[in-house]
Design a protein around this ligand. Structure first.
Ligand SMILES: [Zn+2]
Length: 394
């Protein structure tokens, strides 16, 4: 295994009696239609002369062609490495081994959340800056200085932190608009949690953010704008992607899903929503069928039923309108599956961010929250229908 000394932000920020407020963010965030064709120009900011590119086989035939053309026009050499689909230590070691003697001075990760996270781990081990080019707006991974690690089978196994944030995040909204609508909608599920989790952390003086610090007002404000953007523009943005169209609602929601959600979760803190979402990756049937943001959506409803019935209802209505799951059936889970529910409760209980909630978390509280969210979602699906969800899961 290729290792560097691990970086523990908690040891840096958490060593004081009173925790400091800390905000972290990428150095540059660039978003717009066609920006992938200018990555070569943007790399002059890094600066980079020879880039490693981490990208899937499928991506190499599509977005990768334009990225490589852009590098060629800027006279930047490159070495392409094929990402095999999982952000696991095996996968990371493979690429570190292959790139170690290639003399690359930056790593560009092009793809979905797991490719992006693997790219951060590889760049850290190679001691080069990482450039993130997300091709989906389905998750909050691109802007953060941490990666979630999985076993080769895809079960969450830990997280890794980095002292440097991505040097560039380049989001081509035309590429996002041409991806499946389900990805953008899943990203809204992930992003909607941001405000509620940051708010819970802010309200609980004992809560800490992912880097072991206290949230800033800035991160909370970002989370709040993230949620209001989704309520205002989410449906229109989903319609834009369904029509492969880049318009103002899509631009706003891509920014909410990627930049606002990314800074918001990292510097605002996580709470119960992501704890429950991660617990679902330990339930094989859920993990096999659901995207991260879809699991976070159900986690958010569970967190909200503990906090405000009115807000829980408002969010469930929104989720149903855009096609996110609102009850366990839509998450491929049956309430009769006691073993699966037990697993979810146990894993949630062991996930530190669950205990950022202002109230005491016990197994019973978590189980009731999951089941009460399910009941609320069933009622919402009954009154407003499940046409949007069905459309995305046809
Ligand atoms: Zn997330």
């Amino acid at each position: 295994m290729n290792t560097r000394d691990s970086y523990f932000p908690q040891a840096i920020f958490g060593s004081n009696e009173s925790l400091p407020r800390v905000l972290i963010a990428p150095q540059r965030y660039i978003q717009g239609p066609g920006v992938i064709d200018r990555v070569g120009t943007y790399l002059s900011l890094v600066p980079a002369k020879r880039a490693g590119i981490l990208i899937s086989k499928r991506g190499q035939r599509a977005d990768g062609v334009r990225l490589v053309d852009s590098l060629k026009r800027s006279g930047i050499e490159y070495k392409i490495n094929t990402f095999n689909g999982e952000c696991s230590i095996d996968e990371i070691d493979l690429h570190v081994g292959e790139l170690a003697d290639e003399g690359v001075d930056c790593l560009i990760a092009v793809g979905g959340g797991k490719c992006v996270d693997a790219g951060k781990c590889i760049a850290w081990r190679l001691d080069v800056p990482v450039v993130i080019v997300p091709t989906l707006a389905s998750n909050d991974a691109p802007c953060s200085a941490l990666s979630v690690l999985y076993t080769p089978e895809g079960v969450m196994s830990g997280a890794e932190f980095f002292p440097r944030s991505p040097v560039l995040v380049v989001v081509d909204t035309a590429i996002v608009a041409n991806a499946s609508e389900r990805y953008l909608v899943a990203g809204m599920g992930d992003a909607m949690a941001t405000w509620y989790e940051a708010r819970a952390c802010f309200a609980n003086p004992n809560a800490t953010t992912t880097i072991g610090a206290r949230p800033t007002l800035a991160a909370c404000a970002i989370g709040e704008v993230c949620a209001s953007t989704l309520f205002d523009e989410g449906l229109a943005a989903a319609e834009a992607v369904a029509a492969n169209r880049v318009d103002e609602p899509l631009e706003k929601v891509v920014e909410a899903n990627t930049l606002l959600s990314g800074i918001g979760f990292e510097s605002g803190g996580l709470a119960l929503a992501h704890a429950i979402a991660q617990s679902y990756t330990a339930v094989p049937v859920v993990h096999a069928n659901q995207l991260h943001g879809e699991m976070v959506a159900m986690g958010t409803l569970a967190q909200l039923v503990l906090e405000s019935q009115e807000e829980a209802k408002r969010v469930a209505d929104f989720f149903a309108r855009v096609g996110l799951p609102v009850h366990l059936g839509q998450l491929s889970l049956s309430t009769d599956d006691k073993a699966a529910l037990d697993t979810a409760v146990e894993v949630t209980m062991a996930f530190p961010s669950a205990h950022n909630m202002p109230m005491l978390m016990t197994r019973d509280v978590i189980r009731d929250a999951i089941l009460n969210a399910h009941e609320l979602g069933l009622a919402v699906a009954k009154s407003s229908g499940d046409a949007a969800w069905r459309k995305l899961h046809a």
